[in-house]
Design a protein around this ligand. Structure first.
Ligand code: RB5
Length: 149
């Protein structure tokens, strides 16, 4: 990974405001941000946006991804269908840190109808601020990867 991490963001129509707040927040912290939309509040299906962001991460174009829908659940499920993606929904900072440290998650999903902006930004900070610890956790993550084979 480069010193300046490249983060891809996407959402469905239910989470545009939170996605934009996250983009502003992490850009101000120095991350390179690719916000791939959508740009209007017109109803749009979360699977296509989750998959689009996941493909940017799986291809290596972006280091990590953050996806947002109403609950975070649907867009997480879609992202996890892309090979190489490990995405978890978090509504607390402990889980957000642990999915990086123990599960080597490369994507975070948030529910814009579940948590407020203040907590969401702290969850994002916890996710982006943590690193995979490797060791015994690498063996377990390798078992997840093997399920894709
Ligand atoms: C959209 O109404 C809503 O279903 C979606 O944002 C998400 O919560 C799905 O998991």
């Amino acid at each position: 990974m480069s010193a300046r991490k490249h983060i891809v963001l996407s959402s469905d129509h239910a989470a545009i405001d939170l996605r934009r707040a996250i983009a502003y927040h992490i850009a101000a912290k120095g991350y390179e941000v690719s916000d791939i939309g959508p740009t209007t509040t017109e109803s749009t299906p979360y699977p296509q946006h989750g998959a689009a962001a996941a493909k940017r991460v799986a291809s290596g174009d972006c280091d990590l991804g953050i996806v947002v829908c109403g609950t975070g659940q649907g867009i997480m499920m879609a992202a996890n269908k892309v090979a190489g993606i490990r995405c978890g929904v978090c509504a607390d900072t402990f889980s957000a840190r642990m999915i990086r440290q123990h599960n080597d998650a490369n994507m975070l999903a948030l529910g814009a109808r579940v948590i407020g902006e203040g907590l969401a930004l702290e969850v994002v900070d916890a996710f982006l601020g943590a690193e995979f610890e490797g060791g015994r956790h690498a063996t377990r993550v390798d078992m997840i990867k093997a399920l894709e084979a």
